[in-house]
Design a protein around this ligand. Sequence first.
Ligand code: XMP
Length: 518
Amino acid sequence: MFRDVSSDYFMRPIQILIIDLGSQYTLVIGRMLRELGYRSAIFSPRKAESWLKNNRPKAIILSGGSASVYEDGSPRPPKNILKASTPILGICYGMQWLAHVQNGSVVPHQENKEYGKTIAGFDTKEKLFSGIKKQSVVWASHGDSVEKVPKGYKIIARSKDTNTVAAMANPEKRIWGVQFHPEVTHSEEGKEILLNFLGKISGCQKDWKPADIINEIRNKTAGAAKGKKAIIGFSGGVDSTTLSAVLSAVFQKNLLAVSIDTGALRRNELEEIAGNAKSAGVNLKIVKAAGRFQKVIGKNTHSELKRKRFKKLYGRILEEEAKRFKADFIIQGSLATDLIESGSAGKADLIKSHHNVGLNLKIKELHPFRNLFKYEVRELARQLRLPDSISGRQPFPGPGLFIRVIGEPPKKEKLEIVRWADGEVTDILKKYKLYDDISQLIVALDCHRTVGIKGDGRVYAYSVIVRAVKTMDFMTAHGVQFPAHIRKEISSVVTRHPRIVRVFFDETDKPPATTEME
Ligand code: XMP
């Protein structure tokens, strides 16, 4: 984790405690609750235990997790929560833990393993399910299942496909468990279920508003910023632009936005960066560093190696610029999702090293958006009246086109090819007004060669992969299928390049794929 003065922005009592038991979705629960109008705190079991000594939440949610309750060292929430009569909702592993510690039985159900969308049938007389359909789609992802619920519990939902226990309840003890994930948008009635738990069962009041977040970040930073200077890592994306707009009011001339030209930016990106800095009201410095990045990434083709080397140089350049500006802080727009995916949030497994997480810089770092999701930052941008092109801007990874060249070192000429292809595909999607409909476009160059024909001759050349996803939070995503005539147009335009013979369309969902290919 990074050193940070921004970890405790919100000073009002937290009503909802989420105990992180190691799921990739834990921060999604927090995000979903904010969407529903509620703030929450997310802590590891150990931290939750000490926090609970001085705090009394109105509701406790136990997240899912990738472990099995039988594994040594599997995450264990503090047992005294079972006696506190604070309403508890256990999700997935959280429910299995509830069953296990209260002498129910949990079994590894290899043949009944549920993964993805399944149908569940609900007992809608139960408070947790009041007002929902008797049967609907839920998102499940588990190997183990609860076979026998503990004494005093009843089964209040079952999976239609496998007949496994989909939910259990002990209203007297005020404990509920669901085997599926109500926090992900694929669970049709997930929001209603959470609202029932928070409102009807736990009596929580709505307490999250974007305007409050802006004020709290400004107020809190104002203390740290008094008479101090800062630089902010500025990519021109929605996170760093919005954060600059929030903080330029606090630091004023003492804030410098630093953008690094890594040589792996998209077509016209530098112009867009300059325009966005202007909208955010910050001074901008563009550091030319394409040669330095080429040198450190060198002959690497492995995704994590490229990412790690990129990250190291990125951090070094930020430190150099901070020194030049005599900055006391380096500010970054890292979000909760960046922390999850790079393994810095609780016990989630490492999937990717994000370029701006865990840099361990010599100068104090500030990550004021570390508890927020993209969806919320977009709301802040709208609240600040930044142009739609900023609040709706598609994300682009810090390591840029370096991680969009696959199979060979991302040398300058390959970056040029993928930059060109990305520009052409973007223009086509914009022409058909599809670009703003998708959450992110990913165009990659696959350097494995295949045989093709150009003019009358044989060529042995590269392929381009076109991928678009739709998502709320980038934790899960749908692969988009473009209409046939648009796919045709994209392949015919992109294969005009002499080094490209094929175009592949990647429509895989996340999971199992990730958004980026590397
Ligand atoms: P994945 O591929 O992990 O991507 O599903 C989720 C989102 O994160 C973006 N991404 C990054 N953004 N620095 C960033 O600022 C990074 O190192 C990085 N890696 C992935 C990705 O483009 C997608 O929006």
